[in-house]
Write a protein of this length. Structure first.
Lengths: 703, 74
């Protein structure tokens, strides 16, 4: 093998084994997140230089308890391992196990060893061994498992180098021998016949093709047909799978009996003591809701300073650029289109990063599993699962990762309902819309002397979103006729301190993905908007002339005249025409054609609303570089002479944005996750009708 | 007949051979094997799901699944 050749290394292991820590240690910042073809499962890859100067391309596969998949994430593991594509197929597999749950972790290890791919066993969290009274005879374990075993604590650099060394050496070794050799015990004749189908695959690979009905690309039709014959009696296949698992555990128990000792007297009962508090019938909920409050509080408190700074910074930048560059088309595009557009994306970063940070910490510590346990019965009443709590909380950052995180829900009905209602939760794209409207229509006063009235309004909108999610989940639960075939099992991992490095990587990756994904749409729309607002059909060109002609009769100041010209121009531009076209439909909700433009563009993504108004008003107010909030507050309804954003219109808009499905990116994800246009369309129409009717009622009632 | 669902908090039992066909493969893979000791650690508010320790694995399962798994109590 040449030195320059890259070797493929797959990291695989149970969830909560510190697999991601090892991945971060091996690759550092040298990693990227891509997608597996056809599905939206994140594919995390990174490069690592081995001691012999070879480069290893390391793939962090989704965590799984077994090769037999029960979810979409887990099926990726099977696909990668069965693949016979040179670029996909791993040359070396590193199985990561955690020292405390070695027995269960070895089940996956024996399955992988049977694939006859060079495999290394890395036992993580060795630093916990002494405290837990665990001792392992590594030499004997290596002999019994016929593989290299490395003990590590993922934070120890010397031990990480040992892993690299073993990977480098492993690659030279030929196919390992399967450890379990259990197949003859189950049904010698059946498995002998199965191996006869083709010599190109190991017996275990063929058995997986039988049990999972999943085939690598290069399997011929004839082979497929022959393999399918082995699954003609499906109950026999199931029985053999059960037997296989039992034999594997028997082999593992035999090996561990000689190599793995636990001194029970050293065991602490920290876990059970913490569990007693966190899953307590009353305190459990008190703590959970306390944490939720803390999350919301921190989104606003911690994020407000950096957000104000970002807001100011972009307003100042636009002003600065305007003063430095010669006036003209390009400068206008820059100061009225691109800079506010980028600002509209960057301003989300503080809130999103804080939310992702808190969720990552809760997951890392093991607390999230307790929430799942605590909430399952309640969520089930609404057709969801305890696992739906995580998507619903993540939804407060962004519906896209939230919808993707529903994959851990094994029941299709529970998962579908969770996907359908998640977009009701108040995502961070709604926040700028809420924040600006609340700042305009709700006075900055304290309720009962301590509760901020603005903060209370925002909290109510969150509650409104959750209530809409829960109620529609209940309706879906009662109307959807889908039979539940799967069941619920959640591992309750031990509590541990979160690794800052893991949390940092998690927050960084998710924030980057969001900003780049949503950012592209927002920036593109900002530019298109700017163009549509500064160009128009023939009447657009006459607008300025007619205003000046009319103005000659009245005594207008220069400033007021400019304002009038800009207004007239906007009205006659392409976007003005589109806004006017939908004005009759949105008038009953209390909106004018400018807000109408905002609604149209919001269907790309909600946050575009603020950017749109920023663009519209900055085109209008020629001289004034005040912030968008000041401009919106100053906006006057020409017919009544009153403020455009009065209480009724503001409330109506808030309700509309709380309910409407205005995010193309989420619709696209829902389509991919549900594999049909039916569900995203139901979401779009259902939430749209709810939004329109509710906003109508609110406006007509408050007007 | 006793099942995991009939355990009280702190009680233990051994999973019986007869329940093999009724245990879903996934649970089997997570250590819920015939012959394994199972201890009930916690019951969630509203009496469901339950939190068990079996074969060294700490798992939360729903009562409907737990009532499928036959045990003999200690």
């Amino acid at each position: 093998m040449s030195k320059t050749q890259i070797i493929n290394v797959a990291l695989i292991g149970n969830p909560n084994t510190g697999k991601t820590s090892l991945f971060n240690q091996l690759t550092g910042l040298n990693q990227k997140v891509g997608n597996y073809p056809g599905v939206t499962v994140d594919k995390k890859q990174g490069k690592c230089k081995l001691p012999n100067n070879q480069i290893a391309l390391i793939t962090d596969l989704p965590g799984t308890y077994s090769i037999n998949p029960t979810s979409l994430d887990e099926s990726i593991v099977l696909k990668t391992l069965l693949s016979n594509n040179e670029l996909e197929k791993p040359d070396v597999i590193v199985v990561v196990a955690d020292v405390e749950n070695l027995k269960r972790n070895l089940l996956l290890f024996t399955q992988i060893q049977d694939l006859e791919i060079p495999t290394v066993l890395v036992i993580n969290m060795a630093d916990q061994m002494r405290r837990k009274g665990i001792s392992i005879d590594i030499q004997l374990l290596q002999k019994e498992l016929e593989t290299d075993v490395v003990l590590i604590s993922a934070r120890n650099a010397a031990e990480i180098n040992k892993v690299k060394e073993v990977i480098a050496n492993k690659n030279k070794i030929d196919k390992p021998k399967p450890v379990c050799k259990i197949n003859h015990k189950i049904d010698a004749e059946y498995f002998a016949e199965l191996q006869k189908v083709t010599p190109n695959y190991s017996l275990y690979e063929l058995w997986l093709m039988v049990t999972q009905n999943s085939f690598p690309e290069k399997v011929t039709e004839v082979e497929k047909q022959k393999i399918n014959e082995f699954r003609s009696d499906i109950s026999k296949v199931k029985r053999y799978q059960h037997k296989e698992t039992i034999y594997r555990y028997q082999a593992i128990n035999r090996i561990l009996k000689a190599t793995y000792k636990v001194d029970a007297s050293k065991a602490t009962d920290l876990r059970s003591r913490l569990d007693k508090i966190f899953t307590h019938k009353i305190f459990g909920y008190v703590i959970f809701f306390g944490i939720l409050l803390l999350i919301f509080q921190s989104i606003f408190d911690w994020a407000s300073a950096p957000m104000d700074f970002i807001d100011e910074f972009f307003a100042n930048s636009a002003e600065f650029v305007k003063s430095q560059l010669p006036t003209g088309m390009f400068t206008d595009l820059l100061t009225d289109g691109i800079i506010p557009g980028i600002g509209g994306v960057v301003i989300f970063i503080p809130q999103i990063a804080i939310l992702f940070f808190l969720i990552a910490v809760l997951e890392e510590t093991g607390y999230m599993s307790r929430v799942v346990f605590l909430m399952d019965k309640i969520m089930r009443k609404f057709g969801m699962s305890g696992k739906s709590v995580i998507p619903l909380i993540s939804g407060t950052a962004c519906a896209i990762p939230a919808v993707m995180s529903t994959r851990t829900i094994t029941s299709w009905k529970e998962r579908l309902i969770t996907i359908l209602v998640t977009p009701f939760t108040t995502c961070s794209a709604r926040l700028p819309v809420y924040a600006i409207l609340i700042a305009i229509i709700i006075p900055n006063k304290k309720l009962f002397g301590f509760l901020s009235l603005q903060g209370f309004t925002l909290l109510s909108l969150y509650v409104l979103g959750f209530a809409a999610a829960i109620i529609s989940a209940y309706i879906l639960h009662r109307t959807l006729k889908i039979k539940n075939t799967s069941f619920f099992v959640v591992e309750m991992p031990n509590y541990k301190l979160p690794s800052l490095k893991n949390v940092f990587f998690d927050v960084f990756e998710k924030t980057k993905a969001f900003v780049l994904g949503a950012g592209k749409i927002i920036l593109a729309i900002s530019i298109v908007l700017w163009f549509l607002a500064t160009h128009g059909p023939s009447s657009f060109k006459d607008a300025e002339k007619s205003v000046i002609e009319n103005a000659n009769n009245s005594q207008l100041s220069e400033e007021a005249l400019q304002q009038k010209i800009a207004s007239a121009k906007l009205e006659k531009s392409y976007i003005g025409i589109a806004g006017k076209a939908i004005e009759p439909a949105v008038k009953p909700l209390g909106y004018d054609w400018k807000i109408g433009i905002g609604l149209i563009t919001s269907f790309a993504a909600r946050e575009v609303f603020v950017g749109t108004l920023a663009t519209i008003y900055s085109i209008e107010g020629v001289e004034d570089e005040a912030t968008i909030k000041e401009r919106m507050t100053a906006e006057i309804d020409p017919k009544t002479g009153e403020k455009r954003f009065n209480f009724a219109t503001g409330m109506s808009l808030l309700v509309f944005y709380a309910f409407a499905m205005q995010c193309m990116a989420t619709l696209a994800i829902v389509k991919r996750e549900t594999k049909s246009w039916k569900w995203p369309l139901i979401q779009l129409v259902g939430m749209g009708i709810l939004a329109y009717v509710s906003a109508l009622i609110v406006y007509q009632f408050l007007k | 007949m006793n099942t995991i669902a009939s355990l009280q908090i702190g009680e233990m039992g051994v999973i019986l051979e007869e329940s093999l066909d009724r245990i879903p493969l996934k649970l089997l893979e997570m250590g819920c094997l015939p012959g394994a000791e199972v201890k009930l650690l916690q019951i969630a508010p509203f009496n469901d799901p339950i939190y068990i320790c079996v074969n060294g694995s700490h798992l939360a399962i729903r009562k409907e699944t737990a009532s499928q798994i036959l045990i003999s109590k200690f």
